[in-house]
Each structure stands twice: as structure tokens, then as C-alpha cells.
Ligand binder design. Structure first.
Ligand SMILES: C[S@@+](CC[C@H](N)C(=O)[O-])C[C@H]1O[C@@H](n2cnc3c(N)ncnc32)[C@H](O)[C@@H]1O
Length: 224
């Protein structure tokens, strides 16, 4: 179920409504307090209320159901429920906002296959087979993008993958969300990752249709 308010922040077609929700802030203010405030005030316009079909379709054919999976900046983590339904057994959710994390703990309390972390992605220390990207990269200060790549590299096992969705559009307003282009992302990732797939997403949710890339990016074995 799509909550109308929720679609607004990341809706591309309705720029009039967008202007009410996208904050003009100094990028350095996008910290834990910023996100906690957004959650506490119900300003979660990114939340579409269900798992992205593109991710679910991809994961349906992912062979290793015991893969250790991280969803950073997971928010309400609809993907986690979908992964569990698909038989995945080792799903880790990470969010910096305690408010979001408390919701997740309640929601998934009966599912031991879903592990929940409250913390900063850039300080997270674990080792994963797969990172699922869904409107986390675009929520970060673009200056942090090289650090995002480094953190993904550090958190992934050899041959580990990032799969997910990236915006293929630059937004008029200052973010979050912050957009980008295929060329920028190629440049950013290609030194330390092999780009297996970075292409226009054919099954985006309607408000994002035509403006997303589906990515499958594999960690190279060389050091950063
Ligand atoms: C735009 S929301 C996306 C949420 C979810 N992925 C979705 O698609 O509904 C970004 C989320 O990332 C979290 N976040 C922001 N910075 C973070 C960080 N450094 N480490 C972990 N989580 C972070 C925020 O609290 C927020 O829940």
C-alpha cells in the first residue's frame, strides 16, 4: 500500500509537492539527529510501503539462501520480510535512527533470521556476502560517496556483491535525495568493483519509473 505522503519526497513527476518536503540544508547537517528527527516527525517520504519489485525479482533467482545479507539505511525494511519469505536465513538490517530500529525490533521480533543493528554504516564492522542498496546511497551527502564505496568494499567478503537501485537523475532541489548518473557511478565504483550490471531498471515502482538504474557490482580482489 502506497502512503501518499510517503511517495512525495522521492516522487520525480510531482515537483510542486516535492518542494514542500525536500529540505534546503547544509549537507553536513545530515547526521543521526537529522534522521531521528525525520522519523519522529513522520517525514519519511521515501517510504513506499512495500519491497522494491526489482530487488525481489533479482533475489528470487539468487541461489545461496544462507548468504549473509546487509541492508544498510534500511528504514522500514520491507525487503527483509520479502527476503525471509523467499527463504533467506541470514538477513542483517542497519539504520542510524533509533526510532526506525525500535520499530524494526518490534516488527521482526519473532524472526531470528533477521538481525537488527542500530548504528552508522561507516562504522559498521561485519562481513557480508551481499549488500542490498535501496535509497540509502542517495540519502548520503554526496561527499561521502567515496567512503560509501570503501565501506562496502570493507564489509564485503571476496567476490561479495552490491545489488540494488540507484537514481539516474539529478534532482533540482538540494537533497536528500541526491541523484547522479550512470557515468558518475561507473567512475566511482570501477576501481574496486567489477560492474556486472548497471542499466535502466525496467520494473521500478511507478513514481521512480525511468529514473533508476539496477546494479550488480562485484568486489574485486585487489586492495583499495
Ligand atoms: C531515505 S531513507 C531510506 C530507507 C529505506 N531504505 C527505504 O527505502 O525505505 C535513508 C535511511 O538511512 C538511514 N541512515 C542515514 N544515514 C545512515 C548511516 N550513516 N548509517 C546507517 N543508516 C543511515 C536513515 O535513518 C534512513 O532510515
Amino acid at each position: 500500500m502506497i502512503n501518499k505522503n510517503h511517495v512525495i519526497l522521492f516522487s520525480i513527476s510531482d515537483k510542486k509537492k516535492n518542494s514542500n518536503f525536500i529540505l534546503n540544508i547544509k549537507m553536513t547537517n545530515i547526521d543521526q539527529t537529522f534522521w531521528q528527527d525525520r522519523w519522529e516527525n513522520g517525514q519519511t517520504g521515501w517510504d513506499v510501503g512495500y519491497a522494491a519489485p526489482a530487488l525481489v525479482e533479482y533475489m528470487k533467482q539468487y541461489p545461496n539462501k544462507n548468504a549473509k545479507i546487509l541492508i544498510p539505511g534500511c528504514g522500514n525494511a520491507y525487503e527483509a520480510a520479502a527476503l525471509f519469505d523467499l527463504g533467506f536465513t541470514n538477513i542483517h538490517l542497519l539504520d542510524i535512527a533509533p526510532y526506525a530500529v525500535e520499530n524494526l525490533k518490534e516488527k521482526f521480533k519473532a524472526i531470528p533470521q533477521i538481525h537488527i543493528w542500530c548504528g552508522d554504516f561507516f562504522h559498521h564492522e561485519e562481513s557480508y556476502d551481499l549488500i542490498i542498496e535501496q535509497t540509502f546511497f542517495c540519502a548520503l551527502d554526496p561527499l561521502l560517496r567515496p567512503d560509501y564505496v570503501k565501506s562496502c568494499y570493507k564489509l564485503l567478503k571476496p567476490g561479495g556483491k552490491i545489488i540494488g537501485l540507484l537514481f539516474n537523475i539529478h534532482f533540482e532541489k538540494e537533497g536528500p535525495p541526491f541523484g547522479g548518473t550512470l557515468l558518475e557511478y561507473r567512475e566511482l565504483f570501477s576501481k574496486n568493483f567489477t560492474i556486472q550490471k548497471m542499466e535502466s531498471c525496467y520494473n521500478s515502482i511507478p513514481p521512480r519509473a525511468g529514473n533508476e538504474l539496477f546494479i550488480v557490482i562485484v568486489k574485486k580482489t585487489t586492495d583499495l
